[in-house]
Write a protein that binds this ligand. Structure first.
Ligand SMILES: NC(=O)C1=CN([C@@H]2O[C@H](COP(=O)(O)OP(=O)(O)OC[C@H]3O[C@@H](n4cnc5c(N)ncnc54)[C@H](OP(=O)(O)O)[C@@H]3O)[C@@H](O)[C@H]2O)C=CC1
Ligand SMILES: O=C(CO)[C@H](O)[C@H](O)COP(=O)(O)O
Length: 483
C-alpha cells in the first residue's frame, strides 16, 4: 500500500464507511479496477483484506497516492459525511487534480452546496457531479438507484460505470443523467422526502392497527405481509413485515424495545424547506418530518402526558377487524398516492426554477429498483408520465384517480376513527385534507384575501371581472380598482 501505485484504476473512491465500502465492492465486482482511500487507513486495509478477492482494488493511504493510482482523466467518487467533511475532502483533492478530471459527490449533499461546488470546480477546469445514491448498505452492494447531476461530458465517463452497478429492472438500469449541477441531488432529496412520508404512513397504519384493534406486532406484521402481495408491494412494506415479526433477545417484540424518537439527518427537512421556497404543498412529507421532531420532544411529551390522559375520555371503539384492516390499507394507498404526487410536483417545480430538463417519468423508472422507496406502484407512475409527459398532477391520471375514488370512503373512516380514538395520524389526515382542498369548488382562501386587504391593503382579485382591487375598509368601504 505504501509503494507508489501505477495509474491503472479506471475509477477512485474515497470514504469507505457503510455506503462507500459497499459501492466500491460493487464497482470492483463489475470488473472495474478501483482505487480506494479513506481518511482512517484501517478502513481501507479492512476492505481489501476482507473483500480483495472480489475484484481489482488498488488500496492507497495518502490522497496523493490515491490520485496517482487513477488513470486520466480521473473519475473520483467521494462518499463521506455530507456538509463540511465533503468540502474538506474536495479541498484536499483539488490541488492534486488535472484539468478534465471528474469529481463525484455520492453523499446526501444539499443541492445548493452541489451547485456551489460545481461552479467553483468548473472555474478550475474540473467537472463536478452531484450523484444521489439510494439503497442503503444492501443497495450500494447489490445495485442502488443512482441519480446523476452534472455535465454531459461527465456523464459520458461516469454513466457507463454507474449504469453497470445500478439495480436493473426489466433490463433498464436504475441510473440516469437527471440534469446539470444540483439536479441529481435535488431529486435524491425529494426521494428521501417521499421516503419520510412513506415511513410515516406505514407507522401510522401500524399504530392504528395496534391501538384500535389491539393487534400484536406479530399479527400486524402478518397484515403487512399480506398487503405486500397487492398494490402496496414495496421494499418498505416488506421490511415492515420483517421488523414487526422480529423479537428482541429479551423475548419482547423488537419494536417495543426501540426508543420512540425518530432521528433525521436532514434530507426530509431540506425537502420541506425547498418546497416552501417553491410554493409546493408537500403536506405528507412536511407532516412526516414534523412527526419525527415531535417524537424527539421528550420533555414536552412527558409534560403533556402528565396533564392529559393518553386516550380520549369515554368508550374505546372496537371496529370490525377485517373491515378496519382493509380501510387502513385503502387509506395507506390513497395517502401514498398523495405523497408521491406532491413529491413529483416538487421535482417539476424545482426543475423549472433551476432550468433543469428533468424527465419525471424517468425518475419513476429509476426508482423502481435499488432504492428505499422502490415499489410496484412506481411502474404506474412511469406509465402515467409516458401517457402524458406534462401532466398537471398524478392524482388525476386514470389509474390513481380510480384508486383514490375507490379508497376515499375508507380513508375518511380511518381519519375519523383516529380523531375519535386519539391515535395521531398527521400524514393520513393531512393527505386527505390536501385531496379535499384540491377537489373543492371554492376554498376559504377568499376570506383570507379579504382579511389581508382589510388589515394591510394587500388587494384582491374578483371572480366577476379582471383587475386588482382594494376596499377602503377604514373609510367609506368603496372599492378602488388598482390595476
Ligand atoms: N447510510 C446510508 O444508508 C446512506 C448514506 N448516504 C450518504 O452517503 C455518504 C456516506 O454515508 P455513510 O457510508 O453512511 O458514512 P457516514 O455518513 O457515516 O460518513 C463516514 C465517512 O466519512 C468520512 N469522513 C468524515 N469526516 C471526514 C473528513 N473531515 N474528512 C475526510 N473524511 C471524513 C469518514 O472517514 P473516517 O473513517 O476517517 O472517519 C467515513 O469514511 C453520506 O453523505 C450519507 O448521507 C446516502 C445514501 C444512504
Ligand atoms: O439516503 C438515504 C436512503 O435513501 C439514507 O438512508 C438517509 O440518510 C436516511 O435519512 P434519515 O437519516 O434522515 O432518516
Amino acid at each position: 500500500m505504501s509503494e507508489q501505485s501505477e495509474a491503472r484504476a479506471t475509477i477512485g473512491l474515497t470514504g469507505l464507511a457503510t455506503m462507500g465500502r459497499n459501492l466500491a465492492r460493487n464497482i470492483a465486482r463489475h470488473g472495474h479496477t478501483i482505487a480506494v482511500h479513506n481518511r482512517t487507513t484501517q478502513k481501507t486495509t479492512d476492505l481489501v483484506e476482507q473483500f480483495g478477492d472480489e475484484g481489482d482494488f488498488v488500496a492507497t493511504e495518502s490522497m496523493e497516492e490515491f490520485v496517482g493510482a487513477i488513470a486520466q482523466p480521473r473519475t473520483i467518487v467521494i462518499m463521506v459525511k455530507a456538509g463540511d467533511p465533503t468540502d474538506a475532502v474536495i479541498d484536499e483533492l483539488v490541488p492534486l487534480l488535472d484539468e478534465g478530471d471528474i469529481v463525484v459527490d455520492g453523499g446526501n449533499a444539499h443541492f445548493t452546496d452541489t451547485i456551489r461546488r460545481e461552479k467553483a470546480l468548473s472555474e478550475k477546469g474540473l467537472h463536478f457531479v452531484g450523484m444521489g445514491v439510494s439503497g442503503g448498505e444492501e443497495g450500494a452492494l447489490n445495485g442502488p438507484s443512482i441519480m446523476v447531476g452534472g455535465s454531459d461530458h461527465a456523464y459520458e465517463h461516469l454513466g457507463p460505470i454507474m449504469e453497470s452497478i445500478a439495480a436493473q429492472v426489466d433490463g433498464t438500469p436504475c441510473c440516469t443523467h437527471v440534469g446539470p449541477d444540483g439536479a441529481g441531488h435535488f431529486v435524491k432529496m425529494v426521494h428521501n422526502g417521499i421516503e419520510y412520508a412513506d415511513m410515516q404512513l406505514i407507522a401510522e397504519s401500524y399504530d392504528l392497527l395496534r391501538s384500535t384493534l389491539g393487534l400484536s406486532p406479530k399479527e400486524i406484521g402478518e397484515v403487512f405481509e399480506e398487503w405486500n402481495g397487492g398494490d402496496l408491494e414495496s421494499f418498505l412494506i416488506e421490511m415492515t413485515a420483517d421488523v414487526l415479526a422480529h423479537d428482541d433477545a429479551s423475548g419482547e417484540p423488537f419494536v417495543d424495545v426501540v426508543r420512540d424518537a425518530a432521528e433525521q439527518k436532514g434530507t426530509g427537512r431540506w425537502t420541506v424547506q425547498s418546497a416552501l421556497d417553491l410554493g409546493v404543498p408537500v403536506t405528507g412529507i412536511a407532516e412526516a418530518t414534523f412527526a419525527r421532531s415531535l417524537s424527539g420532544h421528550t420533555s414536552q411529551r412527558e409534560a403533556a402526558r402528565k396533564v392529559f390522559s393518553t386516550s380520549p375520555e369515554g368508550e374505546r371503539e372496537q371496529p370490525d377487524r377485517d373491515t378496519f384492516v382493509d380501510q387502513v390499507r385503502a387509506a395507506l394507498y390513497a395517502s401514498k398516492v398523495v405523497a408521491y404526487a406532491q413529491g413529483f410536483d416538487q421535482i417539476a417545480a424545482g426543475a423549472e426554477e433551476h432550468d433543469w430538463d428533468v424527465d419525471l417519468g424517468m425518475m419513476a423508472t429509476i426508482w423502481r429498483g435499488g432504492c428505499i422507496i422502490r415499489a410496484q406502484f412506481l411502474d404506474r407512475i412511469r406509465e402515467a408520465y409516458a401517457e402524458e409527459p406534462d401532466l398537471t398532477t398524478l392524482l388525476t391520471t386514470r389509474y390513481f384517480a380510480e384508486a383514490v375514488k375507490d379508497g376515499v370512503d375508507a380513508w375518511r373512516e380511518v381519519v375519523a376513527t383516529s380523531a375519535r380514538t386519539g391515535v395521531p395520524t398527521p400524514a393520513f389526515s393531512s393527505s386527505l385534507a390536501y385531496f379535499d382542498g384540491l377537489r373543492r369548488e371554492r376554498l376559504p382562501a377568499a376570506l383570507i384575501q379579504a382579511l389581508r386587504d382589510n388589515f394591510g391593503a394587500h388587494t384582491y382579485e374578483r371572480v366577476d371581472r379582471e383587475g386588482t382591487f382594494h376596499t377602503l375598509w377604514a373609510g367609506d368601504r368603496s372599492e378602488q380598482e388598482m390595476s
